[in-house]
Ligand binder design. Structure first.
Ligand SMILES: *Cc1c(COP(=O)(O)O)cnc(C)c1O
Length: 431
């Protein structure tokens, strides 16, 4: 199987985290997001242990909340001792309402408004990751007005193409995030930040992309960032105490994706970091990363009921489900790949179908050219694997479809973390 929390019983029925997917669908309805909480915690611990073993005291992983943001996620992160990154007042408010400590929140975003800045300062968010010079000035003024000195990291663009999907590539020079080293603008950004009396500039941040499997991407990022830290020291006489390399480790969406040994990769990053820092005569800063996908993706599965099987002789066939781009827009957005499984039948003759949704959009495809048993019919259930990241968090109400619930699976039990939206919820804001 794709990941070891997906198995089958003797009859061939699909199990997720050891629980019957059909029984869960009967109980909670479809479409349905399942989240394996034990797996989420296991993934957190993998990062926490590796950080403890390979990086110094004060270093730690931050969960990138955008991957899956709802209260139970932040309760888990608080219990496991993770920091988090947040991208909006909505994510910050969700985390705080779950009891997550404000000082452990790193606040991202390339377009923070004055209202966003005020909100985060007033909530006591621990650190701002400042994306650009405009934000720097506004944040400094807002901090001054409150009589505080706000801790910040400066987002730098190291200029690396991690060779992943173009749409999720954020490290190259001319992206909308951060300030590039190559053009000399990053040095000016640091220089400007150091003149801001109400900002405590703790260090640098970068994020080179997502679905990264090639370790040399992070090693190269270390080289560039340490190189820049040395330039900053030489030119401005500043030594930073924090370095954040962002997120991005890849996960297995299909059997063609490699298994990544993240602790081994982190050990290599630590070795390279220490080597480069000592060559540049710089001290080891607190080291941070922001894994999102690799914490939650393999903890997720989406279950659908088949509404129709449509065969067009001489052309393609479709399996049409009760979900679609409203609960999983990732294939539509950037051609993301997924593994699709029938919840019962495993053997027998198979055929190729496009797995489609029920939105009024011909592009509403969850995954093209998947293989399912030929007997698949209305009322059957299919599961899309590895949907824990960027599915619930990207869900929409297009066509006014209510969003599915999120059900957590923990030590053999299940419970609702987010209830199913109703048609009344969907109308609730209309005057
Ligand atoms: C998206 C993002 C992450 C998380 O990336 P994953 O690929 O989910 O690990 C972390 N940091 C920043 C700044 C991001 O934009």
């Amino acid at each position: 199987m794709l990941t070891d929390n997906i198995t089958r019983d003797e009859s061939g029925a699909l199990l997720f985290a050891g629980q019957s997917v059909n029984a869960l669908a009967d109980r909670y309805g479809t479409p349905l997001y399942l989240m394996d909480e034990d797996r989420i915690r296991q993934n957190c611990r993998m990062y926490l242990e590796a950080f403890r073993d390979y990086f110094g005291e004060g270093s730690r992983p931050l969960y990138a909340g955008k991957a899956a943001s709802f209260r139970q996620m932040y309760r888990i992160m608080a219990e496991e001792g993770m920091g988090i990154d947040a991208v909006s007042p909505g994510e910050i408010a969700t985390a705080l309402s779950a009891g997550f400590p404000a000082e452990n929140i790193y606040y991202h975003g390339d377009g923070k408004t004055d209202a966003d800045i005020a909100f985060a300062l007033d909530k006591g968010v621990g650190c701002f990751i400042v994306d650009n010079g405009d934000e720097l000035i506004s944040l400094n003024e807002a901090a001054e007005a409150r009589g505080i000195r706000q801790k910040v990291l400066l987002r730098i663009t190291p200029g690396i193409d991690p060779h992943t999907y173009a749409a999720i590539n954020t490290g190259a020079v001319d992206v909308k995030f951060g300030v590039p080293i190559e053009t000399g603008q990053a040095m000016e950004f640091v220089r400007a930040a150091m003149t801001m009396e109400n900002l405590d500039v703790a260090g640098l941040h970068c994020h080179v992309g997502s679905m990264v499997f090639f370790e040399n991407v992070y090693l190269r990022t270390v080289d560039l960032m340490v190189g820049f830290m040395a330039e900053v020291r030489d030119e401005l006489d500043i030594t930073f105490r924090e370095l954040n390399l962002g997120g991005g480790y890849g996960v297995r969406y299909t059997d063609d994706d490699p298994h990544s040994d993240i602790p081994a990769r982190l050990r290599e990053v630590a070795a390279r970091l220490k080597e480069k820092l000592s060559a540049a005569d710089l001290p080891l800063p607190n080291f941070l990363m922001e894994p999102g996908r690799s914490i939650v993706a393999d903890a997720g599965m989406t279950v659908y009921t088949v509404c129709s099987v449509k065969r067009i002789p001489g052309y393609k066939s479709y399996v049409i489900t009760d979900g679609g781009m409203t609960d999983n827009p990732r294939y539509c957005l950037y051609g993301a790949e997924y593994t699709v499984l029938h919840t019962e039948k495993r053997r027998g003759l198979r055929a190729i179908y496009d797995l489609a949704g029920r939105c009024c959009e011909s592009g509403d495809i969850i995954q093209p050219a998947i293989s399912l048993p030929v007997g698949t019919h209305r009322g059957d259930r299919v599961a899309v694997c590895t949907t824990g990241a960027y599915n619930y968090s990207m869900a929409s109400n297009y066509n006014r479809f209510p969003r599915p619930p999120v059900v957590m699976l923990r030590r053999g039990e299940s419970f609702l973390a987010v209830r199913r939206e109703t048609v009344e919820d969907v109308c609730a804001l209309d005057i």
